[in-house]
Ligand binder design. Structure first.
Ligand code: NI
Length: 389
């Protein structure tokens, strides 16, 4: 079962849909036109559609033949980025300050292509839930759908998603068990000292000295506390204090980011940084106000489902075109919230950058329409393999 024939036959249609969505990009939670378009198409193929989950999100239910009761979820994201497009194609964005620069137009189209095929053929035993989520780009639409009962209302034994990957050759698929993308958190720290004359430090509590101690002690969390075979990065990227060369300031403020792949490591970094900031500041006579803000959790593929995804990928593009060594990426992805709830896997679908073509989030990025049938076929093959009759 390579590229599904009837999906390949729909290539022009898929391309037309993709370019139409590309031309009318919408920001997170504002995907009204896109959501309407997806719902109308699904309904035209006899798919039951439930709308208004996390605002513009929706789910289509495609029932197969047989009575196995097995269920599978397939997910795509629909939102664009707040930026102007610099391409001059006929399908260039008509919405100023809005652009599909991350290929979510392609993701939505590929899942629609798979839904059309699955609804027309129903050559599987079980139920497929096609999940179209809003607001992946920072708005945590995936989390919101989960919070609004996504998996209670539409049970999924397993859940699968994908992202286009311009850095991988077109038509290849990358998938590994474990972390695919990182947790990206941020922190801020305000140190309260006691200001005074730079020549009389005994009358002051120096927040700069306290901050310097904290920055270096935090690094011992990575070097002395963390399991050395797991990764963690703590970067203090801002350190602001003082207004004059001869005045010890009253306060200092620090900001930065923490990247981890392992949930336990993430907990350990947050707890350790809090402990060190407060204890060091107190020990040196000051006090600390530490704030740790969690971004998306790491996107962690489940072992067993990664095997299923890799098998469907190999069936679609051939064993030789499946890369099972792709390194994790430090970016974030809110499909991670779904993988915390249900076993599943997330794959990279190669889009192929040649020469100096721009990558994701670039004002001249554009999804490669050549791979539309590959993504749709991957989803279709995955369903027919996992829900085999
Ligand atoms: Ni994206």
């Amino acid at each position: 079962m390579p590229i599904v024939n009837s999906i390949a036959a729909d290539h022009d249609l898929l391309t037309e849909w993709r370019r139409d969505i590309h031309m009318h990009p919408e920001l997170g939670y504002e995907e009204h036109r896109t959501s309407d378009l997806v719902a109308e198409r699904l309904e035209s193929w006899g798919v039951e559609v439930t709308r208004n989950i996390a605002g513009t999100g929706l789910v289509g239910v495609i029932r197969g033949n047989g009575s196995s009761g097995r269920t599978i979820g397939l997910r795509a994201d629909m939102d664009c980025l707040p930026m102007d497009e610099e391409n001059e194609s006929p399908w260039k964005s008509v919405n100023p300050g809005r652009m599909h620069a991350c290929g979510h137009d392609g993701h939505t189209t590929m899942l629609l292509g798979a839904a059309k095929y699955l609804a027309e053929t129903r050559n599987f035993d079980g139920i497929v839930h096609v999940i179209f989520q809003p607001a992946e780009e920072g708005g945590a639409g995936g989390l919101k759908m989960v919070e609004e009962g996504l998996f209670d209302r539409f049970p999924c034994d397993e859940v699968y998603g994908l992202h286009n990957a311009p850095m991988l050759p077109a038509g290849t698929i990358g998938v590994v068990p474990g972390p695919m993308m990182a947790a990206a958190d941020r922190f801020s720290l305000t140190i309260q000292g006691k200001g005074g004359h730079a020549a009389m430090p005994h009358l002051s509590v120096d927040p700069v000295a306290i901050g310097a101690q904290i920055v270096t002690t935090w690094q011992t969390l990575v070097s002395r506390t963390a399991d050395p075979v797991k990764s963690a990065v703590i970067s203090t990227t801002m350190f602001h204090a003082g207004t004059a060369f001869n005045v010890i300031p009253d306060t200092a403020s620090l900001d930065g980011t923490v990247r981890t792949f392992d949930p336990d490591m993430r907990d350990a970094m947050e707890a350790g940084m809090t402990r060190i900031a407060e204890a060091v500041a107190t020990a040196m006579g000051g006090s600390a106000d530490f704030n740790y803000e969690r971004g998306y959790p790491p996107t962690v593929n489940h072992e067993r489902e990664t095997g299923f995804a890799a098998a469907a990928a190999a069936a679609t593009v051939g064993e030789a075109r499946v890369d099972s060594t792709v390194p994790p990426v430090m970016g974030g992805e809110d499909f991670s919230y779904m993988l915390l709830e249900r076993p599943g896997a997330y794959i990279w679908l190669g889009g192929g950058v040649t020469g100096n073509d721009p990558g994701l989030h670039h004002p001249r990025y554009d999804f490669n329409d050549e791979v539309l049938p590959v993504g749709s076929s991957y989803f279709a093959n995955l369903v027919e393999m996992r829900l085999a009759r």
